[in-house]
Ligand binder design. Structure first.
Ligand SMILES: C[S@@+](CC[C@H](N)C(=O)[O-])C[C@H]1O[C@@H](n2cnc3c(N)ncnc32)[C@H](O)[C@@H]1O
Length: 619
């Protein structure tokens, strides 16, 4: 089923959207950016930190917006002290016009757009470290809708955003609470008190926290005028990850688009979060752990995150924790190419976690259209398998179909007699052992370039200067002597396949007495006398359908050993039949087609569908 979410489907009628002011805003924003960047370069601005310039510019817009949207008499917020005495002359004028344009939009849109001016002016290093990529209103609305479907009741819900930025979730959440029909007729002071008890936010950036406060104030303005007092919603300036160690909180809903990226932790933080850590800590993983602690036992977590937690080894303990305490109820995958988030390269998803007796997760695919979001239901699946293993998530309708079947398939690589590892040679640690020519102590060095779909090529173009490696005493662990399959560890994004595999011919291994595999290649070694034919395994891994099944395990271009071990594969007899086809069919084209057909059937997919996938990936 496909639905569309249009701009402002939840906003009150008075806040409805128009084209004009938005276009005006875009023009004014560009002009303000130009002036602010010039200010940064000028002698007057050179001594000011770039962040102060960002704050000064945006606070002018926020003030102008406030004056335009209100009667100007009640200033229910502390003005921002910009500490910038040398503001360029044009800036206040542009800000006034920008504020006027924003005043014609909903408060929700105005807060997001002001945020985009602020984040564009932040120094790039600070922006990246803080993960300051604000959520577009359509996605925020969608996440709230998902939370609502999962049981969040706007007439009673208590909620926190521990990384609230400029209020991307708090403002629409407050909007829903204030406009909930069960509360509308209450006296204004009761509505304000209720909101203050139920919503709160934490933000590390003082200016962003200030923006959140002002936009919430602006949203509630008509009610605050009636009640003759400001809204006093607690927006705290602070580090949520530090507060998590110190404070216990309990909410019906923890909602966030947390920052992401690797982070170093202080010893007490590492101890505190150790239950969800495996190696490097990632900010968003820590925020998920925090959310598990700050939700009520039956509470919900609604998060926008990269999809890497579904598969990455670093997230294996977090996955187990989520699976045990709050399995995913719904996941929306945001199509990467649609540019819903500016500047964010990672695949993103919207997930609601919480009590899930059915163990089933509803999956939707989201993409941007000219006037809103396209929401396509992919199906309902059990996304998690055994402890520590990656979770499955279809990224297209075809993958959803494949996953339905794959979920019932029990065979994994180890059942076929293979064990994966990454190629052991990190070449730049052994530069002095790389050789151009063969001698008594050298073995062929297998670079990723050698691995082609169903073809092993030991004739390098780019690596022709170093095709051999001289093994030293005590380095036998670098040698591979067994029959094996090689699988590239990364592929380029535009490449048609994620899985590129080939078997190393036994004649090659016998001739050279072993090979040394470089670290950008995964090796699946035969570890059992009953291992199925290596060429057959490679042929199956290279099929369109297995590639699609693999994409349900990973949204990135990397192919990890964990994902290869978790990949559901056809039963052993399919591999035997494939081996037979490889042995008896001379035409390469017929061979490929027959194998493709055998494998497609095993996953319940037709050859026409395979063709369609091929065409789509070429497009
Ligand atoms: C991806 S932005 C999301 C902001 C806002 N919730 C939204 O969705 O637009 C992440 C926010 O987290 C804030 N942040 C980063 N680290 C934080 C921390 N340790 N504690 C609280 N906030 C933090 C950043 O300043 C940034 O505003």
């Amino acid at each position: 089923m496909t639905t569309k979410l249009h701009r402002h489907s939840q906003a009150p009628a008075s806040d409805c959207y128009e084209q004009g002011p938005k276009k005006r805003w875009q023009t004014l924003r560009s002009a303000m950016l130009e002036v602010a960047f010039d200010w940064r370069q000028s002698s007057a601005g050179r001594d000011l930190p770039a962040k102060k310039i960002a704050e000064a510019s945006c606070s002018l817009v926020v003030n102008a917006l406030w004056n335009r949207r209100t009667d100007g008499e009640r200033r229910w917020f502390q003005p921002w002290r910009a500490h910038a005495s040398t503001v360029p002359l044009q800036l206040p004028r542009l800000a006034k016009q920008a504020g006027a344009a924003l005043a014609e939009l909903s408060v929700i849109d105005a807060s997001f757009l002001t945020g985009t001016l602020y984040t564009a002016l932040l120094p790039p290093g600070l922006r990246a470290a803080r993960g300051a990529h604000y959520t577009p209103p359509l996605l925020a609305e969608r996440l709230l809708n998902l939370a609502s479907t999962a049981g969040a009741d706007w007439s009673t819900v208590t909620a926190i955003d521990p990384a609230c930025g400029g209020g991307a979730f708090l403002v629409p959440l407050a909007n829903r609470i204030l406009h909930d029909h069960r509360w509308r007729r209450r006296p204004p002071h009761e509505r304000l008190e209720d909101l203050e008890k139920r919503l709160c936010g934490i933000e590390i950036d003082r200016f962003a926290a200030w923006m959140s406060r002002v936009f919430l104030q602006l949203l509630a303005y008509p009610i605050t005028v009636e009640a003759d007092r400001p809204l006093r919603l607690p927006i705290r300036e602070g580090d949520s990850l530090r507060l998590a160690v110190e404070e216990r909180k309990q909410f019906d809903l923890v909602i966030a688009n947390p920052p992401f990226g690797r982070v170093s932790l202080r010893p007490e933080q590492r101890r505190f979060f150790s239950r969800s850590l495996y190696g490097h800590a990632n900010l968003y993983g820590l925020f998920l752990d925090l959310a598990l602690r700050w939700r009520k036992p039956d509470g919900l977590i609604a998060f926008i995150t990269p999809t890497s937690f579904l598969g990455g080894q670093y997230f294996s303990r977090l996955r187990d924790l989520l699976r045990r305490d709050a399995p995913p109820l719904t996941i929306d995958v945001v199509e990467t190419r649609t540019g819903i988030f500016d500047d964010v390269q990672q695949e993103t998803c919207l997930t609601v976690f919480g009590p899930n007796k059915t163990k089933s997760t509803t999956v939707h695919l989201l993409s941007a259209t000219d006037d809103g979001l396209r929401i396509e239901r992919a199906g309902a699946f059990t996304v998690y398998g055994s402890k520590g293993s990656p979770w499955f998530l279809p990224r297209s309708q075809v993958q959803a179909r494949i996953l339905e079947k794959a979920a019932t398939m029990k065979t994994r690589l180890h059942h076929l007699g293979y064990k994966c590892s990454t190629g052991p040679l990190v070449w730049n640690r052994h530069k002095d052992q790389l050789r151009k020519r063969v001698d008594k102590r050298t073995f062929p060095l297998i670079w990723a370039e050698a691995v082609r779909p169903n073809a092993f090529r030991f004739r390098y173009r780019s690596r022709s200067a170093t095709p051999f490696f001289a093994i030293r005493e005590g380095q036998d662990h670098l040698l591979c002597l067994d029959p094996c399959i090689l699988i590239q560890r990364t592929t380029a994004k535009e490449q048609q396949r994620r899985l590129v595999a080939c078997a190393v011919p036994e004649s090659f291994l016998t001739h050279w007495r072993g090979i040394v595999v470089e670290n950008h290649v995964n090796v699946a070694r035969a570890v059992s006398p009953q291992a199925v034919d290596a060429a057959a395994v490679a042929a199956v891994l290279n099929t369109v359908v297995v590639d699609q099944a693999f994409r349900c395990l990973s949204g990135s271009v990397a192919v990890s050993v964990t994902e290869l071990h978790a990949l559901p594969l056809p039963s052993r007899d399919v591999f035997d039949r494939v081996a037979d086809v490889l042995a008896k069919t001379t035409s390469r084209k017929v061979r490929l087609l027959t194998v493709e057909n055998l494998v497609a059937r095993a996953y319940g997919v037709s050859l026409e569908e395979v063709e369609a996938i091929n065409e789509a990936s070429l497009a």
